[in-house]
Design a protein around this ligand. Sequence first.
Ligand SMILES: [Mn+2]
Length: 244
Amino acid sequence: MPTLFISDLHLEVEKPELTRFFFNFLDKIAPNADALYILGDFFEVWVGDDEQTALQVEVAQRLHRLAEAGTCIYLMHGNRDFLIGDTYAKQCGATLLEEPHSLDLYGVPSLLMHGDSLCTLDAAYQKARATFRNPAFQSQFLSRPLDQRQLTARQMRQISMAKNQGKAEEIMDVAPDEVISTFNTYNIELLIHGHTHRPDTHRYNLLQGEVKRIVLGDWGDETWYGRADADGFQLLNLKAEDIA
Ligand SMILES: [Mn+2]
């Protein structure tokens, strides 16, 4: 049975049709898989496992049901939902993964990332990322009352959108040098990530031979998800209407 990879759903209360698309994916595609990897930005925003909106609770119930039926579920943080904790992962019946995560994918040495750490041309972003991923910063933030955290998250989203508007396209994409050094450091043949919302398969000829970088798609009316089995890796297009 295959292993599936998705990322960048950006689930939020304001987009019920997106949640329906994801639940249809869980009902119709995921049950045939041994494992489902969710590689970050699963939720548009996350301010702590104690928030427990109706959306968060239902998503956890659906994932838990899938896990009970035999599909292993793995969650990786993105830049929007890096505060998802062990409590919520457990509620989903999922395992929270450290980033990057290496795995042997049907004999192919592979590495999983969200992808934002590869965007090293955006120095301002990397500086902010270092702060947000700092455990002391996170525990200080999580100790604040829930309503204050929600307010801060809304303000930060507005600031981030305003900043990104002025940035060149290539600055917001992965840095080619960082990609090559990642293949060499981890000695992998396959790198799978999301984040950039530019689904594609990139091939590189390195000293160790041809390697592949798969970029998963974000979710809207359609997405591009990964499916691996003993025959190889495929990046598959899926339209919401196909599984409605
Ligand atoms: Mn992201």
